[in-house]
Design a protein around this ligand. Sequence first.
Ligand code: 6PG
Length: 247
Amino acid sequence: MKARFRVFDRPDQVAAAAAESFAATVDAALKNQRNAYVALSGGSTPKLLFELLANEYATKLDWLSVEVFFGDERCVPPDHEDSNYRVAKELLLDRVGIPDSQIHRMPADASDLDDAAKKYAGVLRSKLPRSPNGTPTFDLVWLGMGGDGHTASLFPGTEALDNQRTLVAANAVPQLDTNRMTLTYPAINAARKVQFLVCGADKASRMREVQGELDQAIAPTSHPASRVRPAGILEWVLDSAAAVELS
Ligand code: 6PG
């Protein structure tokens, strides 16, 4: 599937486009199945989107039919300021009435991270619909991209990049001197739609390189974000600062 690039002047317009397409994704999913299954991304870019969804879409979406997962998580408690779960909970999940039973936190604060990753993969297998080849399939995976080309917690040079065996992995990230938990490419690339939200001039040069790799027929080897090649739709939604070097 060829990547689609959408560029907007400002980050709030990126958030508005993401919210609008999420509403369409939920509506489409509900026509075919009971719930819509989405994996939220971490970092700072999604904050505008979460606030917009909570403020403008609280009654425009059937949140009781949305099931929320996480693309990755830091190894901190759920109430820690660095927790992706905490950000999503405070800005969105506590404000739109999704049942707690439909919010699936990534347990990256567990003492045994490998075992916790296996357990979270079990949650995906038990909750998500399956693709024709039997892989659990999200309706939508939101992702961001770091300035080093990482996405989720798939960082350059880390072990999880080569993990084609499991859906979720514990991943040592030496460049941050930390461990993370992350969806792997098999889980991400099975999605019906993957939407990257990337804003800021600090991403511009990496975005140019990633676009070049996405144009290659063969799988690229350098930037983790370039290796996201979903079976379904791949969409990059950027602000003009992040897109300034794109051809
Ligand atoms: C995380 C994210 C990570 C993030 C990028 C971009 O846990 O930090 O999953 O992959 O999406 O680092 O982060 P910003 O949106 O803050 O630039």
